[in-house]
Design a protein. Structure first.
Ligand code: BJW
Ligand code: ZN
Length: 248
């Protein structure tokens, strides 16, 4: 698409990328949309399961009220994910990790597709749906190694009940992961924000923090978001089409 190439050139993005020493990428559900993973918010709707909006089930309160229901919801989600593979957006981002002296990928996604595409050291801000965490000792286990007929699963180390190792509404993000993401965002020359509605905090604050610290901010999203007006470049399109075409 020559027009897009021209606008990328004109925006100065190519030059910024060639000179960049540190690149920070924040991704959201949109980066996995072309893999067949449903987004949370789209077309004016939010995801609903068994009549409940996802933000009711994916909430801290629900773990206390009905842990079995939370497991049912995440078993359903893993069932959907089972047939989803990384797409060209995940693959392009994975290639970028060797293209810059420093490269950081922070994702809000819990699907593990970035790692499957070859990204290493992914900062998973909202956890991972394939991991279980003990409510008693905080021990982590791979859900695929647990007996699927036992819900909630029981911790191998202490016998405590386990929960999905994801960050639900009203819960804190994993401290070390968050601190590293915030530090990397604040020292980036270029920050990409890809496929996120940018309304869930604190993750949505990272691109603005990068921009305040001097980063060149690039959004890749078919839709406008609350971040669009502070971006230096907005690339309107599907991540799996836009990212592989970015040459620098
Ligand atoms: C494409 C595309 C393609 C489509 N290519 N793009 C008021 C103000 C500020 C904060 C709050 C507030 N009230 C409450 C809060 C706190 C709350 C929050 O931010 N709420 C907002 C909704 C207002 N945040 C929290 O609770 C966080 N914790 C916290 O703040 O701790 C402190 C605290 C402690 C105690 C009490 C209160 C606060 C935790 C947030 C955890 C979020 N967890 C979830 C669920 C994970 C588990 C699960 O999977 O079920 O994470 S919510 C859900 O949203 C999920 C996502 O990671 C997250 C972000 O969504 P994302 O990725 O942006 O997806 P979508 O669907 O929204 O957008 C998709 C985008 O892709 C769209 O823009 C499309 O256009 C685009 N797209 N196809 C590129 N092909
Ligand atoms: Zn335990």
């Amino acid at each position: 698409m020559p027009e897009k190439e021209e606008s990328v050139n004109a925006s100065g993005l190519r030059g910024r990328l060639r000179a960049a020493r540190s690149v920070f990428v924040l991704t959201g559900a949109g980066v996995s949309a072309e893999s067949g993973v449903p987004t949370f918010r789209g077309g004016g709707q939010t995801a609903v399961w068994k009549g409940m909006p996802f933000d009711v089930i994916s909430s801290a309160g629900m773990v206390g009220r009905d842990l079995a229901l939370v497991w049912e919801w995440f078993d359903y989600r893993r069932g959907v994910l089972q047939s989803c593979r990384p797409n060209p957006a995940h693959e392009t981002i994975a290639r970028w990790q060797t293209s810059f002296p420093q490269f950081t990928l922070a994702t809000q996604n819990v699907d593990g597709l970035h790692t499957e595409a070859g990204s290493r050291g992914v900062l998973e801000l909202h956890g991972n749906v394939w991991r279980a965490r003990c409510l008693n000792c905080e021990g982590r286990e791979d859900v695929r190694e647990k007996d699927a007929s036992v819900r909630p699963p029981v911790c191998r180390a202490c016998g405590g009940l386990m929960r999905p190792d994801v960050v639900l509404f009203g819960e804190m993000l994993p401290e070390e992961v968050w601190v590293e993401a915030a530090e990397r965002a604040a020292t980036a020359d270029v920050c990409f924000v890809v496929g996120t509605s940018a309304i869930v905090y604190p993750a949505a604050g990272l691109p603005a923090a990068a921009k305040r610290a001097g980063a060149f901010l690039v959004e890749v999203n078919p839709e406008e978001t609350p971040l669009s007006n502070i971006c230096d470049v907005t690339l309107r399109g599907a991540a799996g089409e836009v990212l592989p075409r970015l040459e620098f």
